[in-house]
Write a protein that binds this ligand. Structure first.
Ligand SMILES: [Cu+2]
Length: 164
């Protein structure tokens, strides 16, 4: 479908300059500093009686707002892996920290060119496992990790990370 047509009316001079440093604060976590690995499996729980989808899950569990699923220490670097062996793509989104995409196995089998910077979301296609280096360095508190497909999130594909 056509959404937009651009008509270039005249030529202009570009005066903007790219700064030498794009960010003053962000330091990518180094996977060599990792003190722990965690894995998160994004899946579906089938309701046996109806044989239809009941919940979207992470590590077999659907979201419970009152439950702490993971405890993380402020300032420590960890390696997390997100895996997906079901039919849907999951844009996995983390609050409270940015992460660095390290590798992708299965599926597309590579870190895509646009995944080189610090991220708060990474797309995990069916059959893929994506490994990231993450460090919560700014704030203590409870932060969610969830699929950013809102239908999946609302059907339970979310968990609580307590940073302490
Ligand atoms: Cu999803």
């Amino acid at each position: 479908m056509d959404l937009l047509r651009l008509h270039v009316g005249r030529r202009v001079r570009e005066r903007a300059a790219i700064p030498d440093r794009l960010s003053l604060g962000a330091v990518a976590p180094d996977p060599a500093d990792s003190i722990r690995e965690r894995s998160f499996k994004f899946g579906i729980q089938i309701e046996p009686s109806t044989r239809s989808m009941a919940y979207h899950t992470i590590n077999g569990r659907s979201f419970d707002m009152s439950r702490i699923d993971e405890r993380v220490t402020l300032g420590e670097t960890e390696i997390w892996s997100f895996s997906n062996d079901k039919a849907f793509a999951h844009p996995v989104h983390l609050h409270g920290a940015h992460f660095r995409v390290l590798s992708r196995s299965g599926g597309r089998r590579q870190v895509m060119p646009w995944e080189g910077g610090m991220k708060d979301t990474v797309l995990v296609y069916p059959t893929e496992t994506v490994r990231v280096a993450v460090r919560f360095s700014a704030h203590r508190g409870i932060f969610p990790l969830h699929c950013h497909n809102i239908e999946h999130e609302d059907m339970g594909m979310m968990l609580n990370v307590l940073v302490e």
